[in-house]
Write a protein that binds this ligand. Structure first.
Ligand SMILES: [Cu+2]
Length: 183
């Protein structure tokens, strides 16, 4: 993802703008001007495997040619996991950077599953139906849930509680310092 775009996204304060920009449905410039399009997360999905570009239109039109541009097939591409781990890392970095805790996450007004205390499909014990029903009978593929399996956004805001840590820039700098002094 372009470094400049990543820095701009991390500088956003409002969660709803941050999420839409990190997912790549919009870009937000320094003046706060919002442009719809395919950026960051979405841009990489479209780019991996090649893309057909129509530069005669504004915004420029991309047609992804690789498996990463197709929702059902994209998780088969190993790049998918690296890409999404990086998106998770940026979400953690945004939280570290002054947006920690549930105050920054919407409690209501979002689609079902996106509000702070909503249950999230498929970890809602079959209480909701996924939007993409064209993918087939997904519910029959789900394991049996018990109440301990149910997950809400509020349960997963803190990545450390899930057992994840990320290298921060300071740690990277320290490592470079050690390497320089060792050799
Ligand atoms: Cu993705």
């Amino acid at each position: 993802m372009p470094k400049k775009d990543v820095e701009r996204v991390l500088a956003l304060n409002d969660y709803s703008l941050f999420r839409a920009a990190l997912e790549g449905f919009i870009s937000v410039d320094e003046q706060g001007k919002v442009t719809p399009g395919g950026f960051l997360h979405n841009y990489i999905h479209g780019l991996v495997g090649g893309a057909q570009i129509d530069a005669s239109t504004r915004p420029v039109k991309f047609k992804g040619l690789g498996t990463m541009s197709n929702i059902p097939s994209s998780p088969y591409d190993p790049v998918f996991w690296l890409h999404h781990a990086n998106v998770d890392r940026l979400w953690a970095q945004w939280q570290e950077n002054g947006h920690k805790g549930s105050n920054f996450y919407p409690a209501d007004g979002q689609p079902y599953g996106y509000n702070l205390k909503d249950l999230m499909w498929p970890w809602d014990g079959g209480m909701s139906t996924p939007k993409a029903t064209a993918l087939g009978d997904l519910i029959s593929l789900l394991p049996n849930f018990d109440s301990n399996d149910l997950v809400r956004p509020i349960d997963v805001l803190n990545h450390r509680e899930l057992g994840y840590t990320y290298e921060t820039r300071e740690q990277e700098t320290r490592k470079e310092f050690y390497l320089w002094n060792k050799f």
